[in-house]
Design a protein around this ligand. Structure first.
Ligand SMILES: CSC[C@H]1O[C@H](OP(=O)(O)O)[C@H](O)[C@@H]1O
Length: 368
C-alpha cells in the first residue's frame, strides 16, 4: 500500500540481494521504521516478538527465513534446522506450518548449491500469491459491502466493525478483512469502520487505525467492550475479521475477543464475515475449539502498556495490581454456526465442510 506517496509491501528482499527488509510493527503507531533481517534467527525473532505478525505475513517471513538459512548453509541439516526453529516461533497461524512445509518439499528437491536462489524465489512467489489472494478477497467482499450500501439512506456510510488487524500490515499487501474495505472506499462507496482497539497488543488501535488513517478511510477506534452496545443501537451493519486458522468445518480461530463479537452479532441479527485466504484453511482439523493450538503469550502484555507521553517519550507502565497473576490467551475460536460467510479468493462460502471442500477440492484430497 501507499505510505506517504511511496508503495510498500510489509516484507521484501533488500537492495543488497542478500538480506530481507520488514516494516517493524512494534514501532507503530508512533514511528514507521524498517528493520533488516540478515539471518534465519533474525526472521525467527521478528515473528516471535511480533515485529511481523498476521498469519499470511508470518508465513512469508518464515519462507524468507529459510532463504536466509540456505544462503548461510544449504545443507539438508541446515534446511531441517531452519524449518524446525521457525516452526516453533508461534503455534496458531497455520500459514507458518504450510509455508515451511512448502519450502522443505521444494528445496529438498534442489541441489544444495542452488537452494539459496530457489528459496528466495519461493519466498517472493509466496508474497505474490498472497497479494493476488487478498485482491480477490477484496473484490468478493466488496460485493457484500455494495449490497449493504444499497440499503442505506443517502449520505449514510456502511458501518463495519473489525477486530484486531487483518489489514495490509497482517499480510504482504491489501490485507484480508481490510481488502474489501479499501476496494469499496476506493470505488466511492461510503464506509466507516469501527476499530476494536484489541487488547492487549492493541493491533486495532496501533495498526488498523494507522492503516485506515493513511488510506483516508473514515474510522473510529473503540474499546473492545463497546462493540456489542453499538450493534444493539443500529450503529453496525456488518462485522468482518481475519483468521489465523480455519478448520475444514468452518470453525474460525482469530485474535482473542473475536468470538465475543460473533456472539453479539448473532444476538443482534447482524452478518459476521471472515476474510479467509485459502492457505489459512487447515483441512486436517474438524473441531476448532478442541484441536487448534491457542498461543498463550506473556502476561506482561496484559499487565504493562507502552505508549507515548504528552512530552513525546515512549514509555511502558504497569497497569495491573502488583503481584496479581495474569493470563493472556492470544486467540479464540468462533464456531462455524456463528459465521455468516467465509470470504475467500474463490468466492463467499458457507462456513461448512461441503462449501470448503467444493471450493478447494485439491486441498481436501491432499489432507485426506
Ligand atoms: C490476516 S491474519 C490477521 C490475524 O492475525 C492476528 O494475530 P497476530 O496479530 O497475533 O498475529 C489477528 O488474529 C488477525 O486477525
Amino acid at each position: 500500500m501507499n505510505v506517504d506517496g511511496k508503495k510498500y509491501r510489509t516484507i521484501w528482499l533488500a537492495a543488497d540481494g542478500a538480506s530481507v527488509e520488514i516494516i517493524d510493527q512494534t514501532k507503530f503507531p508512533y514511528a514507521f521504521e524498517i528493520a533488516k533481517l540478515h539471518t534465519m534467527e533474525d526472521a525467527a525473532h521478528a515473528i516471535r516478538v511480533m515485529q511481523v505478525r498476521g498469519a499470511p505475513l508470518i508465513g512469508a517471513t518464515a519462507a524468507y527465513g529459510v532463504a536466509l538459512a540456505m544462503r548461510a548453509d544449504p545443507s539438508d541439516a541446515s534446511l531441517d534446522a531452519a524449518c524446525s526453529a521457525l516452526l516453533q516461533t508461534r503455534p496458531t497461524a497455520v500459514n507458518l506450518y504450510w509455508a515451511l512445509d512448502r519450502a522443505r518439499k521444494t528445496l529438498i528437491q534442489v541441489a544444495p548449491e542452488g537452494r539459496a536462489d530457489a528459496a528466495f524465489v519461493l519466498a517472493n512467489d509466496i508474497c505474490d500469491e498472497d497479494i493476488a489472494i487478498n485482491m480477490a478477497i477484496g473484490m468478493h467482499g466488496m460485493d457484500i459491502i455494495t449490497a449493504i450500501a444499497r440499503t442505506k439512506r443517502e449520505g449514510e456510510p456502511v458501518n463495519i466493525l473489525t477486530h484486531c488487524n487483518a489489514g495490509w500490515l497482517a499480510t504482504v499487501d491489501w490485507g484480508t478483512a481490510t481488502a474489501p474495505v479499501y476496494m469499496a472506499h476506493d470505488s466511492g462507496i461510503q464506509v466507516h469502520v469501527w476499530v476494536d482497539e484489541t487488547r492487549p497488543r492493541n493491533q486495532g488501535a496501533f495498526l488498523t487505525a494507522w492503516e485506515l488513517g493513511h488510506h483516508g478511510v473514515p474510522h473510529t477506534v473503540i474499546a473492545d467492550n463497546a462493540g456489542g452496545h453499538l450493534m444493539q443501537h443500529g450503529e453496525v451493519d456488518m462485522v468482518i475479521t481475519g483468521t489465523d486458522r480455519t478448520t475444514a468445518t468452518g470453525d474460525v480461530c482469530n485474535k482473542i475477543g473475536t468470538y465475543l463479537k460473533a456472539l453479539a452479532a448473532r444476538d443482534c441479527d447482524l452478518p459476521f464475515y471472515v476474510a479467509l485466504p485459502s492457505p489459512t484453511i487447515d483441512f486436517s482439523l474438524s473441531d476448532g475449539i478442541r484441536e487448534i493450538p491457542i498461543e498463550e503469550r506473556s502476561g506482561t502484555e496484559v499487565s504493562r502498556m507502552t505508549g507515548r507521553t504528552d512530552s513525546g517519550a515512549i514509555e511502558t507502565i504497569n497497569i495491573v495490581a502488583d503481584g496479581s497473576p495474569v493470563g493472556n490467551p492470544a486467540f479464540d475460536v468462533t464456531p462455524a454456526r456463528l459465521v455468516t460467510g467465509l470470504i475467500t479468493e474463490r468466492g463467499v462460502l458457507g462456513a461448512n465442510r461441503q462449501s470448503l471442500a467444493e471450493a478447494f477440492p485439491e486441498r481436501v484430497r491432499v489432507s485426506a
